[in-house]
Design a protein around this ligand. Structure first.
Ligand code: 2IT
Length: 447
C-alpha cells in the first residue's frame, strides 16, 4: 500500500465517528495524490500527513448560562487549534445546534488550507458551540457570549489564536465576546476579527466573503472566456455570506433568482436585485426567525416549503448555506439543468460523491476553500490594521481583496497545470494550499 492509502486507512479507523472530518480528510488527501507520490519518501519519514490531520490542540468546555426565566442552561464550547505552521491560529466560531467535534474539526482542517491560499500569515483553527441563537433574546445571547469567552480567553490572543464569526456569530456576538475578553484581560488588542468599526473592525469585512466569492467567479469566467453580465444564479442561504454574494452579483450585472432558508426557498423571477430586497436579507437575519418565507410574503414571490433551490434552471449555482447541502440527488438536478459553473461558497457544501459526479459531467467546479477565502482574507487585513493601530479606507480594503482573490485563482490553476491536472480548480487549490503549509512544517522540524 502507498503511504497515502496507509494514512487514509488509519484515518478511517481512527475517525470513524467523525463523518464530516473524515469527508474533508479524504477529499483533500486524495486530491493531493500527485504531490504525495512525488515526495513519498520524505513525507513518510517526516509523518507529514499524520501530523497534518491531527490538530495541535482540541479544547472542549462547559458553557453554563442563565436564560430569561432564571433557568441555568448548559451548552458545549469548542476551539480546535489545528495548525500554526504559517501563523497564529485563525478561523471562525459557529453557534448552531448541529455543532460537534467532527464539524469543528472539518472546518479547522479546511481553514488551514484556505488560510494558506490567502497568502497572509494565518494558521488554521475553528470553534463554536451547539448553542442555538434562534428565538433567543439579546440578553440571552450576551449572557451566553460572555460565559463562552470566560473560558475561551485562556487559550486565545492576538499572536496566538484569533477567532471570528461563522454561522450564528455576527457583529453582535463578536461585540459581546470582545467586551468580555477586554474585561477579563484589561487589554485592548485585535484578539477577534469581524469587530464593529468603532472598536477596530475593518471596513468591508461584512461584505468580504460574498464579494470575494464573486471576484473569484469573475476571474474564473474570464479564464474560460465568459462573462458575469446577463447570467442567472441560484443562491442558497440568506445570511451574511449569501447577502454579500447577491449584492456583488447584482452590481456586476448578474441576476440571482433564488435564496433559501431552513424552511424552503423562494423564486424571484425579477431577481433579488433592488437595494430594498437585498437589504431585507439583513433584516431577516437580524430578526432571528430563520425563515425565508418572510421574503416571499413581503415581495409577493413564490415560496417552495421544505425544498432546496437546485431544481431551478440557471447558468451558475452558488451554494451559500452550510455543509453537504448538495448530495447526489441535487447534483443530478444541476447537471440535468445544463448548469455550466458550480461555485461553492459555504464550507464543504457538496458531498465527495456529488463533486465527482458534477466534474464527470463537465460542470466546472470551484472549491469553497478558495472561493470563500475572501472572508478570512479581510480578517487577516483587520489583524494587520489592528497591529499598525491604523485603518484603511473601504476602497483600499476592497482593492486588496480583489488582488487576493485573483492571486488565489491564478495559484490554483497554476498548481493544477503543474501536476498535469488540466483545469481542475479543486485539486489545484488543495495543492497550492498544502505545499506552503508543508514546507513550513518541514522547516520547523519534528513538532
Ligand atoms: O469559514 C471562514 O473562513 C470563516 N468563518 C471566517 C474566518 C475568519 O477568521 O474570518
Amino acid at each position: 500500500m502507498s503511504y497515502l492509502n496507509d494514512v487514509l486507512a488509519m484515518a478511517e479507523k481512527k475517525y470513524a465517528d467523525q463523518p464530516e472530518f473524515l469527508q474533508t480528510v479524504k477529499e483533500v488527501l486524495e486530491s493531493l495524490e500527485p504531490v504525495i507520490t512525488k515526495n513519498e519518501e520524505l513525507y513518510k519519514k517526516e509523518a507529514i500527513l499524520e501530523r497534518l490531520i491531527e490538530p495541535d490542540r482540541q479544547i472542549i468546555f462547559r458553557v453554563p448560562w442563565v436564560d430569561d426565566n432564571g433557568q441555568i442552561r448548559v451548552n458545549t464550547g469548542y476551539r480546535v487549534q489545528f495548525n500554526s505552521s504559517i501563523g497564529p491560529y485563525k478561523g471562525g466560531l459557529r453557534f448552531h445546534p448541529s455543532v460537534n467535534l467532527s464539524i469543528i474539526k472539518f472546518l479547522g482542517f479546511e481553514q488551514t488550507f484556505k488560510n494558506s491560499l490567502t497568502s497572509l500569515p494565518m494558521g488554521g483553527g475553528k470553534g463554536g458551540s451547539d448553542f442555538d441563537p434562534t428565538g433567543k433574546s439579546d440578553r440571552e445571547v450576551m449572557a451566553f457570549c460572555q460565559r463562552f469567552m470566560t473560558e475561551l480567553a485562556k487559550y486565545i490572543g492576538p499572536d496566538t489564536d484569533v477567532p471570528a464569526g461563522d454561522i450564528g456569530v455576527g457583529a453582535r456576538e463578536i461585540g459581546y465576546l470582545f467586551g468580555q475578553y477586554k474585561r477579563l484581560r484589561d487589554e485592548f488588542t485585535g484578539v477577534l476579527t469581524g469587530k464593529g468599526i468603532p472598536y477596530g473592525g475593518s471596513l468591508i469585512r461584512p461584505e468580504a466573503t460574498g464579494f470575494g466569492a464573486v471576484y473569484y467567479a469573475v476571474e474564473m469566467l474570464k479564464y474560460f472566456g465568459d462573462d458575469i453580465k446577463g447570467k442567472t444564479f441560484a443562491v442558497s442561504g440568506f445570511g451574511n455570506v449569501a447577502w454579500g454574494t447577491v449584492k456583488k452579483i447584482t452590481e456586476l450585472g448578474g441576476k440571482v433568482v433564488t435564496i433559501s432558508g431552513p424552511d424552503g426557498y423562494i423564486y424571484d423571477p425579477d431577481g433579488v436585485s433592488t437595494p430594498e430586497k437585498i437589504d431585507y436579507m439583513l433584516e431577516m437575519r437580524a430578526s432571528c426567525r430563520n425563515k425565508v418565507q418572510d421574503y416571499a410574503d413581503k415581495f409577493g414571490v413564490q415560496f417552495f416549503p421544505g425544498e432546496k433551490p437546485w431544481g431551478v434552471q440557471v447558468d451558475i449555482v452558488m451554494p451559500c448555506a452550510t455543509q453537504n447541502e448538495v448530495g447526489m440527488a441535487e447534483a443530478e438536478k444541476i447537471v440535468a439543468n445544463g448548469v455550466k459553473y458550480y461555485v461553492e461558497v459555504s464550507n464543504m457544501p457538496t458531498t465527495n460523491e456529488a463533486v465527482a459526479y458534477l466534474k464527470a459531467n463537465g460542470v466546472i467546479v470551484a472549491p469553497s476553500k478558495a472561493v470563500n477565502a475572501g472572508g478570512v482574507s479581510v480578517s487577516g487585513l483587520e489583524m494587520s490594521q489592528n497591529s499598525m493601530r491604523y485603518s484603511w479606507s473601504a476602497e483600499e480594503v476592497d482593492e486588496k481583496l480583489k488582488g487576493i482573490m485573483k492571486n488565489i485563482f491564478d495559484n490554483s490553476i497554476k498548481a493544477a497545470h503543474e501536476y498535469d491536472l488540466g483545469d481542475d480548480l479543486v485539486s489545484g487549490a488543495n495543492i497550492a494550499g498544502f505545499i506552503k503549509v508543508v514546507n513550513a512544517m518541514l522547516a520547523h522540524g519534528a513538532c
